[in-house]
Design a protein around this ligand. Structure first.
Ligand code: VG1
Ligand code: CO
Length: 544
C-alpha cells in the first residue's frame, strides 16, 4: 500500500458539539479537507489503535457513502488492522454501538446529523465513539478540537472503492475491510433482552401498531425485527426505505415532525400503539391511541416496569436522566430504592455510569432512552420495551400511563425551542440571566416560591471530571423547575431551549392539558429571561 501524506490547513470551526461535528452539507463539500481534517485529528488524538478494528457507517444521508470511502482509506493509511462497515454503508447509532462492543473494536465513526434534515442544502455530521461503544468522552473531543486547530497533514492511500452492497472481505494493504450485516447483530441483541415469544403472541391477537421509519435509518431494522421476526403484519413499518434526503422530511420523532404517524394515531381508526425513530435511530417517540407519552414519562414507566422484561428481570442497578429531563424517573427510583443520577445533556455522561455498573436505564427529555445493552440511546429498543410491557400487561398505552401517574404523581412537562436565533443575542440573554441568578431565590410565582437558582455543573462520580455551565436552573419549593440552555447540535445560529416542569400529585388534576397546566410557569420563564426582547420572537419555533 502506498501511503500518501497530504498537506492541509486547519479550520477554526470544528469544535464537536453535544453529539459530534454537525455542519451544513455544503461546508463539508466546499471546504477542502473538512472531513479529512476531522478524521485525522481524531486519529491524532487516539493512542494504540495500530492493528485494531475501526467501525464505520452512517444513517444513509447525502454524502454518507463517499465519506465512508474516504475514512476507510485514511484508516488503512493510519494503520488500523481492520475496518468493519455496515452493508450499503448503513449503521444506526445504536447498531454501531452494538457492533463496536460485539467485535471489540477500538472505536468507530458514525456519519450522521441525527434528527437534522439531510441533503445537499441540509446537514451532515460525523461523531467518534470509543471502545465502550459510547460517544467519545470530553477529554477526547477536546483533543480532537485542539488537533483540528493545528493540523498540517493527513494520511491516505490509493485504493479502489469498497463494494458496500456486498457482505464480504477485501484488503487494502495490510488492512482487512469487511462489509457486515449489522441488522442481524442488532436483532440478536434485542432477542437476548426481550420476550420475543410474548410479543409474537401479541401480534397474533388483533393488536396492531404503526412504526414510522421517517425515511431514515431505522426502517430496515424495524422491518426485520417487527415484521419478519415478530410477525407484525406487512405495512406495520411506514416510510421504511432510508433516503439520502430522508424523503425531504425532518426525521425528528415528535408531534410536529412525525406528521404521518401523528395523523394515523390521532385519526379515526388508530392502531393500539405508534412509534417513530429519528435520522440515526437513537431517538423514539411513543404514542397510544390519541395519546402522546412524553419521553420523560416513558423513561419513568420503563423503569417502573423493567422487571417484566427478561433482560431486566433482576431489577435495575440505578437510573439516570439528563438535568433538563423531568423528575418523573426520580419518583420511581425513590420507590424502588435505587440510585438516580442527574447528568448534563448528551449521552456521553451516561456511559461512565454504565461502565461502572452504577446504572441500568437512562434517558433524556429529547426522545432518547437507553440501557446498558449498548452505550447510545436506542430508538427501536425503547419500542420493543414498550411492546414487551404491553404484551405482559395487556392494557392500552394510555392505561399504563394513567395508572403510573396515579401511583407516582404526574410531572407536567414541556420544552419550548427558539430555533435560528442570532448567536450573540442568545448568549447575551443567558449571560443576563446568569448575572441575576442570586436575586431570584424567594421570589413568589402563584403559590410557588423559588428555592434556588444556579448554572448546573456536574462532577462525574466515576472519573471526577467536571463539566460547568450546563444550563441555568430555577428551582421552586414544590418541585417545579425552569431550565434554560443553548443547543449544542444546531447548525444555524443558536437554538434556545426552555424546559418547564411542574409536579402534580392529585389525580383529579392529571387530565389538564399540559400547556395550560404550566401556563403560569411559562409566562414567568418568558418574563424573567426577557426572551422576546433578546430573541425578537413572540413564540417558540417548536413546542414538545
Ligand atoms: C440535543 C438534545 C440532547 C441530545 C442531543 C443528541 O442536544 O437536547 O438531549 O443528547 O441532541 O441527540 P442539544 O444540545 O441540541 O440540546 V441525537 O438524536 O443527535 O443523537
Ligand atoms: Co439521533
Amino acid at each position: 500500500m502506498d501511503i500518501k501524506t497530504v498537506a492541509t490547513t486547519p479550520f477554526d470551526d470544528q469544535r464537536p458539539g453535544t453529539s459530534g461535528l454537525r455542519k451544513k452539507t455544503r461546508v463539508f463539500l466546499e471546504k477542502t479537507n473538512y472531513l479529512e481534517n476531522f478524521v485525522q485529528a481524531t486519529f491524532d488524538s487516539l493512542e494504540g489503535f495500530k492493528g485494531k478494528t475501526l467501525v464505520v457507517g452512517g444513517d444513509g444521508r447525502y454524502g454518507n457513502k463517499e465519506a465512508i470511502q474516504t475514512i476507510t482509506r485514511m484508516a488503512a493509511a493510519n494503520g488500523f488492522g481492520r475496518v468493519l462497515i455496515g452493508k450499503y454503508g448503513l449503521l444506526s447509532t445504536p447498531a454501531a454501538s452494538c457492533v463496536i462492543r460485539k467485535y471489540k473494536a477500538f472505536g468507530g465513526f458514525i456519519l450522521s446529523a441525527s434528527h437534522n434534515p439531510a441533503g445537499i442544502d441540509e446537514d451532515f455530521g460525523i461523531k467518534y465513539n470509543g471502545d465502550n461503544g459510547g460517544p467519545a468522552v470530553e477529554k477526547i473531543t477536546e483533543a480532537i478540537y485542539r488537533h483540528t486547530l493545528e493540523i498540517e497533514q493527513y494520511l491516505t492511500c490509493e485504493a479502489p472503492d469498497i463494494h458496500l452492497e456486498k457482505v464480504g472481505s477485501t484488503q487494502i494493504g495490510d488492512t482487512e475491510v469487511v462489509v457486515i450485516n449489522p441488522i442481524s447483530d442488532y436483532a440478536l441483541l434485542m432477542q437476548e433482552i426481550f420476550d420475543f415469544d410474548a410479543i409474537r403472541e401479541l401480534f397474533k391477537s388483533d393488536f396492531r401498531m404503526c412504526f414510522d421509519g421517517m425515511s431514515a435509518i431505522t426502517g430496515p431494522y424495524a422491518r426485520a425485527i417487527l415484521e419478519n421476526e415478530l410477525g407484525a403484519p406487512k405495512g406495520t413499518v411506514i416510510n421504511h426505505i432510508p433516503r439520502p434526503d430522508f424523503g425531504g422530511g425532518h426525521p425528528d420523532p415528535n408531534l410536529t415532525y412525525a406528521k404521518k404517524l401523528v395523523s394515523i394515531m390521532f385519526g379515526p381508526t388508530p392502531p393500539e400503539f405508534g412509534a417513530a425513530s429519528d435520522g440515526d435511530g437513537d431517538r423514539n417517540m411513543i404514542l397510544g391511541r390519541n395519546f402522546f407519552v412524553t419521553p420523560s414519562d416513558s423513561l419513568a414507566i420503563l423503569a417502573a416496569n423493567a422487571t417484566l422484561v427478561p433482560g431486566y428481570k433482576d431489577g435495575l442497578a440505578g437510573v439516570a436522566r439528563s438535568m433538563p429531563t423531568s423528575a418523573a424517573v426520580d419518583q420511581v427510583a425513590r420507590a424502588l430504592q435505587i440510585p438516580c443520577f442527574e447528568t448534563p445533556t448528551g449521552w456521553k455522561f451516561f456511559g461512565n455510569l454504565m461502565d461502572a455498573g452504577k446504572i441500568t436505564l437512562c434517558g433524556e427529555e429529547s426522545f432518547g432512552t437507553g440501557s446498558d445493552h449498548v452505550r447510545e440511546k436506542d430508538g427501536l429498543w425503547a419500542v420493543l420495551f414498550w411492546l414487551n410491557i404491553l404484551a405482559v400487561r395487556k392494557c392500552s398505552v394510555e392505561d399504563i400511563v394513567r395508572q403510573h401517574w396515579q401511583k407516582y404523581g404526574r410531572n407536567f412537562y414541556t420544552r419550548h425551542d427558539y430555533e435560528g436565533v442570532a448567536k450573540d443575542r442568545a448568549e447575551d440573554m443567558m449571560q443576563n440571566l446568569r448575572n441575576r441568578l442570586h436575586s431570584l431565590p424567594d421570589r413568589v410565582v402563584g403559590s410557588m416560591r423559588i428555592s434556588y437558582s444556579d448554572d448546573f455543573s456536574y462532577t462525574d462520580p466515576v472519573d471526577g471530571s467536571k463539566s460547568a455551565g450546563q444550563g441555568i436552573r430555577i428551582q421552586f419549593n414544590d418541585g417545579s423547575r425552569i431550565v434554560y440552555r443553548l443547543s449544542g447540535t444546531g447548525t444555524e445560529g443558536a437554538t434556545l431551549r426552555v424546559y418547564i416542569e411542574r409536579f402534580e400529585e392529585n389525580p383529579a388534576a392529571h387530565r389538564i392539558e399540559t400547556q395550560a397546566a404550566l401556563s403560569d410557569l411559562i409566562a414567568f420563564a418568558n418574563n424573567i429571561a426577557e426572551i422576546q426582547k433578546f430573541t425578537s420572537r413572540s413564540k417558540p419555533t417548536v413546542i414538545t
